[in-house]
Design a protein around this ligand. Structure first.
Ligand code: PEP
Ligand code: MG
Length: 543
């Protein structure tokens, strides 16, 4: 038995035979051609074929992993038309009189290297996307078709790394788990894995590929990130027990659907879910969340090539509200800047972006963007129970400015005879120490607070949340953070406002009792955490 350690990206256990994923290597030779026009035409035909294949993959992903996760393939389709990429291929064909395969391969290397050398982890991960679409184009040019999938038997797919399109092309019914030697938890592959509900471990190291052979027994523990090649009997038995416990737990959690979020002594709490786009609603409903506690609206902007119009935003918000059928939906206004950059906003590069021009600071400085979003939100408010929430608040005057703008929008809509919900709740995120400390002054102005523990922790402990090196210094249960939450809860309630938590800490079951004792009214978590949290709440007695 050999044990490998990697990063578990989906917590499940699988035991089965290995299928070593063989990519048909894109071996490309440089061939001189006299008819460059014919090569350009071959390139155009290959692009059309690749677009067709990617559309089919997109449709498959849409069904299996939802709209937000499938969008990477829409991006791949768009990348096929990227001007710089195309110009590079065409110019190599024309100036060097070479075959299209070679021109694509050179362009791919150049672009992939350019992305890989960027500082931003997200952009670095795009290097894999360029290679992925280039390999597809080369396969289309050489009539090799797509990459290979798993065999008929249910197998554990073992690979060096998997491109997003390869991950989605795997037939989910035939894959028990997948393990990759490389890969980062920031990659789309890891994100897709989390949404495919199969055990997955990434980054187990190069030696894994030497040990894992087609057909050998492999056991994967997605909880711990351990992978066992040729596991001994004892390990198999132990993991089988773990697997059975997982399945039982999942079944038991299903029984909690439709049940109340109530402690043994009768205290109720709302458990909502967080989403990043319209595509997240399926998971919210499947996990029986009582509402949406945080819709990160910036994803609408991030997915768009230009500022989304009032109508586009209205349609998206309306769809979420209608799908939630009267349940509460809290939409946070645009929170970009820091780690979420959007080209068309043309924001300056900053030395300290987390402490920089972001979120409400951008909206109050560029009111035309803010007004468009607020109009869309108020128009959508007629279709459900909407709450509007402002991020990164640090002062009374910021809140007053937001409220004044909301008032203006309501007046405009009334004057135009456009329907909206007058009682739309307005709230703020408590995610800066300043907001928590002056929460007694802020609470009288709003209907609710929602604590963003991700940022509140980063700013309170002075630890950049993007910096992996600081993990050892971030005590997520730090007394300072907990005191700020408690202080905010007291001040909210003293002013007839309610308070929720929508940062990652809301899903930390070891703090659930603490939060309930503070009087937190709502916890908003990723959809898969709704039922475990409900189970936890139902096991607590506050007496
Ligand atoms: C937070 O800061 O806790 C939060 C929920 O917002 P985001 O993670 O989007 O910054
Ligand atoms: Mg935040």
């Amino acid at each position: 038995m050999v044990v490998f350690n990697g990063k578990g990206v989906y917590g499940a256990v699988a035991i089965g035979k290995a299928h070593v994923f063989k990519r048909q290597a894109a071996e490309v030779r440089r061939v001189s051609v006299s008819d460059t026009a014919a090569e350009l035409e071959r390139f155009e035909n290959a692009k059309a074929l690749a677009a067709e294949q990617l559309t089919a993959i997109y449709e498959k992903a849409l069904k299996e992993v939802g709209e937000t996760n499938a969008e990477i393939f829409e991006i791949h389709i768009m990348m096929l038309d990227d001007e710089d990429y195309n110009e590079s291929v065409q110019s190599i064909i024309e100036t060097q009189s070479v075959n299209a395969e070679y021109a694509v391969a050179v362009t791919s290397d150049n672009f992939a290297e350019m992305f890989a050398s960027m500082d931003d982890a997200y952009m670095q991960a795009r290097s894999a996307d360029v290679k992925d679409i280039s390999n597809r184009l080369i396969a289309c040019l050489t009539d090799r078709g797509g990459s290979s999938g798993a065999s008929d038997e249910k197998m554990i797919v073992c690979a060096d790394d998997l491109a997003p399109s390869e991950t989605v092309s795997l037939d989910k019914d035939k894959v028990l788990a997948f393990v990759t030697a490389f890969g980062s938890s920031n990659s789309h592959t890891a994100i897709l894995a989390r949404n495919m509900n199969i055990a997955a471990v990434i980054g187990v190291g190069e030696d894994f590929l030497k040990a894992a052979e087609d057909g050998c027994l492999v056991a994967v523990d997605g909880h711990t990130g351990e992978v066992f090649v040729d596991p001994d009997e004892e390990t198999v038995k132990r993991l089988e027990e773990k697997q059975a416990a997982d399945i039982k737990k999942k079944q038991l959690l299903q029984d909690l659907k439709g049940k109340e979020n109530v402690t043994l002594d009768g205290k109720k709490v709302n458990i909502y879910a967080n989403i990043g786009g319209v595509g997240g609603i399926g998971a919210v409903l499947a996990n029986d969340a009582g509402g949406i506690g945080l819709f990160r609206s910036e994803f609408l902007y991030l997915e768009s090539e230009d500022y989304p119009t009032e109508e586009q935003q209205f349609q998206a918000y309306k769809k979420v509200l209608e799908s939630m059928a009267g349940k509460k939906v809290i939409i946070r206004t645009l929170d970009i800047g820091a780690d979420k950059q959007i080209d068309y906003f043309k924001l300056d590069k900053e030395d300290n972006p987390a402490l920089g021009f972001r979120a409400i600071r951008i909206c109050l400085t560029r009111p035309e963007i803010f007004r468009t979003q607020l109009r869309a939100l108020y128009r959508a408010s007629a279709f459900g129970d909407l709450g509007i929430m402002f991020p990164m608040i640090t002062s009374v005057s910021e809140v007053e400015k937001c409220l004044a703008l909301c008032r203006e929008i309501r007046e405009e809509l009334s004057a135009d005879g456009i329907r909206f919900n007058e009682k739309t709740e307005l709230g703020i995120m408590i995610e800066t120490p300043a907001a928590a400390v002056i929460s007694d002054r802020l609470a009288p102005l709003v209907d609710f607070f929602s604590v963003g523990t991700n940022d509140l922790t980063q700013y309170t402990l002075a630890c950049d949340r993007q910096n992996a090196k600081l993990e050892a210094f971030v005590d997520t249960h730090h007394e300072a953070v907990l005191r700020l939450i408690e202080m905010s809860a007291k001040n909210a309630h003293a002013n007839n406002a309610w308070i929720g938590i929508c940062g990652e800490l809301a899903a930390d079951l070891s703090l659930t009792e603490t939060f309930l004792r503070m009087g937190i009214d709502e916890l908003s978590v990723s959809a898969p955490f709704v039922l475990p949290l409900r189970e936890k709440v139902r096991s607590i007695s506050l007496k």
